[in-house]
Design a protein around this ligand. Structure first.
Ligand SMILES: [Zn+2]
Length: 90
């Protein structure tokens, strides 16, 4: 359950605009956060794929480089998820 920040009336999860006073209930912000999280996880899987295939390729990024990128993306992914959770709780 969520509450309107303006008039404190109860809202369902699907409601983006408060039915009582018409205030927007952080729908856009949450959408951007989940889009970013999806994008980062896609990049993460791409870097994992690159990590797995890089030893078999003559050209392309090295294993260490791929490993570094994967770790960095994993970190970003966790941070993005934490942010999304915080937005949901509000
Ligand atoms: Zn309201």
């Amino acid at each position: 359950m969520e509450r309107c920040m303006d008039c404190n009336s109860l809202l369902t999860r699907e409601e983006i605009v408060c039915i009582e006073c018409g205030t927007k209930v952080g729908g856009d912000e949450r959408g951007v956060a989940s889009f970013g999280a999806t994008l980062v996880s896609l990049l993460f899987y791409a870097s994992i794929a690159a990590l797995v295939t890089s030893p078999f390729l003559d050209k392309g990024p090295g294993v260490m480089f791929c490993l570094m990128i994967s770790c960095a993306l994993l970190f970003i992914m966790r941070t993005a998820k934490d942010n999304a959770e915080k937005l949901k709780k509000r």
